[in-house]
Design a protein around this ligand. Structure first.
Ligand code: HAM
Length: 407
């Protein structure tokens, strides 16, 4: 016999998992709708070039890519910002701006799997194209914040930085852009020891750079990074009621299309895979052959949000089925099917015993499948035209007509 397993880093989702996932998805979609975003969907696979164009061949290591039967280089999408920009350049250049787009989809990265890090995972995200820079950033930060807050997530840390001023900081300290690349991963990982060594190797004084990278706090920290323009963004956030952020100029972000404001959200209790959201302002349209357009966005790590919510003991709503019908014999089954159809047609959720089991076994099954009430159909019930309805939580029984149940 062949043993079949799902591929490394992937997961199956059972009905109870999907119930939570659909609940969170609905919650997040409700927020983007309230904020006036329109949802898009793009293919799960794209030309590999879409992702290497900006990030270089190095990103191939982190992707699922292959040649299709027509010899095309294809990659499973590792994220949804580049696909969104491709869609924009291909079909939305003439659309009224600003464009407010949201998405929810699976992404694929060839990573070493662990809790909170998968090879197939889901991102829920949004992008704003063509807004006035600061206004778009205010809206995107407020949206990300509201998505996290309305999911019920507690204790998340919202960190805001600016890679533009970070690049300038390095240039001003004698490191021109073409020599900066090796430093970014160290900054991103907050490996300040490694950074100090790398700067020493480049004969650059590390003190002034580290003083900025290690700073963290409220609005006053912006004084250390003049020219970010973040003051205006923070003013807007405060008017929208968002004040629980940390300014952290050392945020580097792993992806290299960012040019301005960047932000990350983490849930410290999650351990290594604590980052539940990442985003910022970037430029990609020129690279894809279009005019420059201000672009800002974020993606929530949907799976990590669920891990965090579960760890925090969040009360996920449990979907109940209103009625579970238990017919006691073949005649009663016929009537049971009529009752079932009437209930379903009236918009109530209803299920019927499909295993032809005795009453006590059927009731146990009904309780296990989260039914609220069992509708018992025996000889007496058929004769009297009344149904016995048993509340499966309290055990209490009552008599009711079908008309009463339909209400
Ligand atoms: P990112 O930081 O690479 O940004 O991914 C966003 C989020 O996806 C992360 O914060 C994390 O929660 C989740 N994530 C990433 N990799 C995995 C994984 N292997 N397993 C589970 N969750 C994961 C982006 O992808 C950008 N496109 C965000 C963006 C949108 N920037 C501007 N617009």
């Amino acid at each position: 016999m062949v043993e079949l397993h799902r591929p490394k880093g992937t997961r199956d989702f059972l009905p109870q998992d999907m119930e939570r996932r659909r609940w969170l998805e609905g919650r997040l979609r409700g927020v983007t709708e309230r904020f006036g975003f329109g949802e898009i969907a793009t293919p799960a696979f794209e030309s590999t070039e879409l992702f290497t164009l900006r990030s270089g061949q190095g990103i191939i290591e982190d992707m699922y890519n292959f040649k299709d039967k027509g010899g095309r280089d294809i990659a499973l999408r590792p994220e949804l910002t580049a696909p969104t920009m491709r869609l924009y350049v291909e079909g939305l250049l003439g659309a009224p701006k600003p464009l407010k787009l949201s998405y929810f989809g699976n992404c694929f990265r060839y990573e070493q799997p662990q809790k909170g890090r998968y090879r197939e995972f889901w991102q829920f995200g949004a992008e704003i194209l063509g807004a006035k820079r600061a206004l778009g950033e205010i809206e995107i930060l407020a949206l990300a914040h509201e998505c996290l807050a309305s999911s019920g997530l507690k204790d998340f840390v919202f960190r805001i930085g600016h890679v533009g001023v970070l690049r300038k900081l390095l240039s001003d300290n004698g490191i021109p852009p073409e020599r900066q690349s090796p430093l970014w991963p160290l900054i991103d990982k907050k490996d300040f020891e490694g950074l100090r060594a790398a700067l020493a190797g480049m004969k650059i004084e590390s003190g002034p750079i580290l003083a900025v990278l290690e700073s963290r706090g409220g609005r006053e920290v912006l004084q250390k990074v003049p020219g970010s323009g973040l003051e205006e963004v923070l003013d807007g956030l405060s008017l929208l009621g968002v004040g629980d952020y940390v300014i952290e100029p050392g945020i580097a972000r792993g992806l290299d299309y960012y040019t301005g404001m960047v932000f990350e959200v983490e849930v410290p209790g999650l351990g290594a895979e604590k980052q539940v959201c990442g985003g910022g302002s970037y430029s990609l349209s020129e690279l894809f052959g279009a005019e420059p357009v201000t672009s800002t966005g974020f993606a929530l790590g949907f799976d990590r949000m669920l891990v965090a919510l579960e760890a925090q003991g969040a009360a996920f709503p449990v979907r109940k089925i209103d009625f579970y019908i238990v017919p006691m014999g073949p005649k009663e089954r016929e009537e049971g099917l009529r009752v079932l159809a009437a209930l379903r047609k009236a918009g109530r959720s209803a299920d019927i015993d499909l295993a032809d089991r005795n009453l006590s076994k059927a009731l146990r099954y009904a309780a296990a499948t989260n039914a609220s009430e069992a509708v018992i159909l025996g000889e007496d019930e058929l004769k009297n035209g009344e149904l016995t309805v048993k509340n499966l939580a309290s055990g209490q029984q009552r008599k009711a007509t079908l008309g009463e149940l339909l209400k």
